[in-house]
Design a protein. Structure first.
Length: 441
């Protein structure tokens, strides 16, 4: 950019200098011509007012022509040898209008000559001529001065163009070097929308990088615990430090840790698939009510083992553009949590409702509830209110992050109401105006 601006400035500057030089020379020449003709007119007047028309003056050709065009005298050549002059333009003009002017190549002198012709009272024509080379000589004498000025101007223009280029480019360079204050854009207000966008993107990139880094650190940390347990148990068994009776328990611990690793990796894979961006392409319309009922059925056996009663209420049919896999994932995660964080003899109510264009999926439990200060954060990856309880119950801390992702993908709003010790209700709403509806609930 700097090079381009500099080049353009330089071209404009040099072009102006050349044009100015040419115009100035042309104007100077025109003035000079006028001056030469006016000088010739004065000489002609002096010669007629008492001077002799047959005089010789340096650098001037003085010719006297008779009324019939015959040359009576000429200061440079023998007048007798000259052809009839009536046809010469300046003479013809003088005959008709009193005076005549012309610049042309003289047949006699084989050189360009400035001519001024004047009709005398007796009808004869007096013509005064001056050779062009004397005029050009004046012009040439001014040329060094003109050229020096032009070169000086060109040098100044180059310096100014260089300075202006730097002045234009400097604020942009500064902006690029200081992303933090990019939207202050003091020098170029026109660039503010552009710089804001860059800053926003810059922040988004930074925050995405931070999230990724934090996620990687969390994943490594979560994988480390079960792996360390597996490795520890195996080491003891290898060293023969575990007796026959303990062996079964150790194998069980290893299996549990391996199962935990598998669930973790599964959840991480699900999240990365949802992140991939093409998850939205495969969403088709499914009956969410049916999927919710199936999930309740599947999970009710495990719930009953913990003395938890789980019921489905609501519609038999409610179509949502979500795809079977994501619908199952969403229902499972919410219902599993409602069972996992419940109390003995608790209850879970799963509901699918329709309200005009909206479909509302809700999971309500009578469990331990979520303290208000945690409610905002439980949808974050690996965020858990009680880490050891979650781990003990086979939680990965990723379930609600997956739910949130699915909601974003399917344009749903998710919200929760919860009372510590009293239970939790999580609502997912598809359809327009859903945010307003949640507030009313
Ligand atoms: P986890 O695998 O730990 O259950 P989630 O992302 O599903 O991870 O949930 C995050 C945290 O939110 C849980 O650890 C738990 O503390 C809290 N939580 C989620 N659902 C409920 C619920 N129904 N009742 C009480 N707490 C819940």
């Amino acid at each position: 950019m700097r090079q381009k601006i500099n080049r353009q400035f330089t071209v404009i500057a040099l072009f102006s200098v050349v044009i100015t030089t040419i115009v100035m020379t042309a104007v100077f020449y025109a003035q000079l011509k006028k001056q030469v003709f006016s000088d010739l007119a004065v000489v002609a007047d002096i010669l007629t007012d008492g001077g002799s028309c047959e005089r010789k003056i340096d650098n001037l050709r003085i010719t006297l022509i008779d009324t019939d065009g015959k040359v009576l005298s000429d200061s440079t050549v023998d007048g007798q040898s000259l052809a009839n002059h009536l046809g010469r333009p300046e003479i013809a003009e003088a005959v008709s209008s009193g005076t005549g002017m012309g610049i042309r190549k003289s047949d006699t002198l084989s050189e360009s000559v400035f001519y001024y012709a004047k009709k005398l009272d007796n009808g004869q024509i007096l013509r005064v001529g001056r050779e062009a080379h004397s005029v050009v000589a004046v012009l040439l004498s001014a040329l060094p001065m003109v050229l020096t000025t032009a070169l000086l101007l060109a040098a100044i223009c180059l310096m100014v163009s260089h300075y202006l280029t730097s002045a234009i480019v400097k604020p942009i360079d500064e902006m690029a070097g200081d992303m933090e204050h990019i939207d202050e854009g003091k020098s170029y207000p026109e660039l503010i929308p552009f710089t804001r966008k860059i800053r926003l993107q810059h922040e988004e990139i930074l925050s995405a990088a931070n999230i990724r880094q934090e996620f990687t650190a969390n994943v490594s940390h979560e994988l480390k615990t079960p792996l360390a347990a597996i490795s520890g148990y195996a080491e003891l068994m290898e060293a023969g430090l575990v007796d026959e009776k303990e062996m079964k328990r150790f194998a069980g611990e290893i299996r549990k840790s391996a199962a935990r690793l598998l669930t973790l990796i599964n959840d991480i894979l699900k999240l990365s698939q949802l992140d991939a961006g093409n998850a939205k392409d495969v969403l088709d319309v499914v009956n969410l009510a049916e999927i919710a009922k199936e999930s309740v059925e599947m999970l009710s056996y495990g719930a009953a083992k913990n003395g938890i009663d789980i019921v489905y209420e609501g519609e038999d049919r409610a179509d949502v553009h979500i795809g079977k896999e994501l619908a199952q994932e969403l229902a499972y995660n919410l219902i599993e949590n409602a069972i996992r964080y419940n109390k003995p003899d608790g209850r879970v109510t799963v509901e699918v409702q329709k309200d005009g264009q909206q479909v509302i999926f809700s999971v309500e439990d009578t469990g331990i509830g979520i303290p208000p200060e945690h409610q905002e954060r439980i949808f974050e990856r690996f965020y858990r209110v009680d880490k050891s309880r979650s781990k003990e119950l086979g939680g990965t801390g990723l379930g609600l992050a997956i739910v949130k992702h699915i909601c974003n993908l399917t344009d749903a709003d998710v919200s929760l109401t919860s009372k510590p010790g009293g239970g939790t209700k999580i609502l997912v709403v598809w359809g327009r105006g859903s945010a307003r509806m949640i507030k009313e609930l």
